[in-house]
Design a protein around this ligand. Structure first.
Ligand SMILES: C[S@@+](CC[C@H](N)C(=O)[O-])C[C@H]1O[C@@H](n2cnc3c(N)ncnc32)[C@H](O)[C@@H]1O
Length: 361
């Protein structure tokens, strides 16, 4: 009887541990298991140093104001966070409004499908995903529209992850991933039938530069939609709490500086786009996008225990504990940004490159 009790206890312990580490962060759904968390392209022993280097950018704000430093700073950030995002969040690195009666996964997919629906793309046409992450949106959009999607990301580790996921999903023929800077894209003029960016162009030091590049690679008459991170009309620069929230979001998300919603359409027009529609998708009656972060607090503590334990046993690199803590603080700033209404991660702008745009050559 005693040995049976020991057997059951050990079984329960191991079963519980397996559930805690593997099932609750299901790799099938999300892409990563806790035991596989790495620092992207950064070797394990350098993660702590790179994390410190990341923060040093904010001690020298002039450094991130210098445009040429920003892509490197953003690349470092995504090396540090990509695996943790995939494990804790999934393969789509963006928010979406909650949809009553739908899971987060379904709400995410609907938000992605809307991006391709509004740019009127036909099966077989070629569209660009600007800042594609590990390709969650790209796969949903390719499967939904049957268009060929080319994604670009600055982070080489994400390119490899995205290619792996594309292959697993059987979407290799529709999805292609390129490593590159969206401020100087390796694509010819007028080569795409449409483009979208989901929560990515916020990383550009100057929005005008990335919009001008997107304008250049689109064929005349085609459309571009972007979900932009912005401060809303409720933001007050003289309110210390507002400033603290916005700075927290910038620091925890590798942003060179959040823009006002009022700058987005102006910038699109400046580079030559016609603005077809502009709408804050986070504004009521849309349901809150930040509930997922709030509900995730228990999951965060569970994940943090797992990461600490794995780091203590030398399975996860040591610096990942710091990175995870940073993301938790950021989740709080994002939640407060949503609750106060001063921040939106989904200010949608829909643009068209005019039909009569003269070709440069
Ligand atoms: C928040 S993630 C969003 C990823 C993807 N759109 C999604 O929703 O899953 C931002 C993406 O922008 C990419 N990015 C940021 N700056 C970039 C740059 N200068 N050139 C290319 N990609 C960049 C990052 O590498 C990352 O993949």
């Amino acid at each position: 009887m005693d040995s049976l009790a020991v057997f059951c206890t050990v079984g329960l312990l191991f079963g519980g541990l397996y559930w805690f580490v593997c099932v609750l962060g299901s790799a099938e759904q999300k892409g990563k298991r806790a035991v596989d968390i790495s620092g992207g392209s950064i070797s394990a022993e350098k993660i702590q140093d790179k994390y410190k280097q990341y923060w040093s950018f904010f001690r020298r704000p002039k450094e991130i104001e210098k445009d040429e430093n920003v892509p490197h700073f953003v690349d470092t950030f995504y090396n540090l966070v990509t695996d943790i995002y995939e494990w804790g969040w999934g393969q789509s690195f963006h928010f979406s409004p909650s949809v009553p009666g739908k899971s987060h996964r379904d709400a995410t997919r609907l938000h992605e499908e809307m991006a391709v629906d509004v740019i009127n793309v036909k099966p077989g046409e070629k569209i660009l995903d600007v800042g594609c992450g590990v390709g969650g949106p790209m796969r949903a959009i390719a499967a939904h529209s049957r268009a060929k999607v080319v994604g670009i990301t600055i982070n080489e580790y994400q390119v490899n992850r995205a290619r792996l996921h594309n292959k697993k999903a059987g979407l290799e023929s529709l999805c292609e991933v390129v490593c590159g800077n969206f401020l100087q894209m390796p694509f010819p003029d007028c080569s795409f039938d449409g483009a979208y960016s989901i929560e990515a162009t916020c990383h550009a030091p100057q929005l005008e530069d990335v919009y001008a590049e997107i304008f250049r690679v689109l064929k005349p008459g085609t459309m571009y939609v972007s979900y932009e991170w912005v401060t809303t009309g409720k933001f007050r620069a003289d309110d210390p709490e507002h400033v603290e929230i916005i700075q927290g979001i910038e620091r925890g998300d590798a942003l060179p500086g959040l823009r006002s919603y009022a700058d987005i359409a102006k910038t699109a027009r400046k580079v030559g786009f016609e603005v077809v529609r502009e709408k804050d998708l986070a504004a009521p009656p849309a349901q809150p996008w930040w509930t997922r972060l709030k509900m995730g607090r228990i999951a965060y503590w569970r994940n943090h225990i797992v990461i600490r334990a794995l780091a203590a046993f030398g399975v996860a690199p040591k610096g990942t504990v710091d990175v995870h803590e940073m993301l938790f603080r950021t989740a709080d700033h994002l939640t407060r940004g949503g609750e106060t209404g001063i921040f939106s991660p989904m200010h949608m702008i829909l643009c068209r490159k005019p039909e009569n745009t003269p070709s440069k050559s």
